[in-house]
Each structure stands twice: as structure tokens, then as C-alpha cells.
Design a protein. Structure first.
Length: 88
């Protein structure tokens, strides 16, 4: 993913209510203002395509099944929007 699009993508995730940390090419998403520990780890598997590669705490259900597919669809939609905004 192009750097400008990646920055817009990260901003979109932040606006969805996540605090983000980048570690070894992965993005770690944690909910803003949430008391219980919860995190999702997503990785870019191909340009603009993201996949959940880890989940823990309150987000553990997003690691498999319909919750994972739903979250990956949301993340990939945000990535697509960010890319389209950069391309104009």
C-alpha cells in the first residue's frame, strides 16, 4: 500500500475508535477508552488487502468465523476507500 494511502487508512481506523501501534509490518489495534484488555493484529497480505492474524481479550472472537470475515471486510473496505481518495 502506498504511503499516503496507508496514512489515510490508519486515520480511518483511528476514526473507527482504535488506537494503533505498528510492529514488524503488522498493525495492532486496541479500542480507545476500553478498560478490559483487547487487541487485534492485522497484516497486509497483498497491497491493499488486510487479514486478521491475531486477536486477544474481548476481541478474541474476531480471530475466526463470521466475526473475522466481517472485520476483514470492514478493514479492506477502509483500505480501498483510502486508496481511492489518494488516487483521486
Amino acid at each position: 500500500m502506498e504511503e499516503k494511502a496507508r496514512q489515510k487508512f490508519i486515520l480511518k481506523l483511528y476514526m473507527q475508535g482504535f488506537l494503533l501501534e505498528e510492529l514488524d509490518g503488522n498493525l495492532i489495534l486496541r479500542p480507545k477508552g476500553y478498560v478490559e484488555p483487547a487487541e487485534l493484529i492485522i497484516s497486509e497480505v497483498s497491497p491493499g488487502q488486510w487479514q486478521v492474524t491475531g486477536a486477544s481479550g474481548a476481541y478474541s472472537r474476531y480471530y475466526r468465523g463470521k466475526h473475522r470475515r466481517w472485520f476483514e471486510m470492514l478493514v479492506n473496505q477502509l483500505a480501498f476507500q483510502a486508496t481511492q481518495e489518494v488516487l483521486g
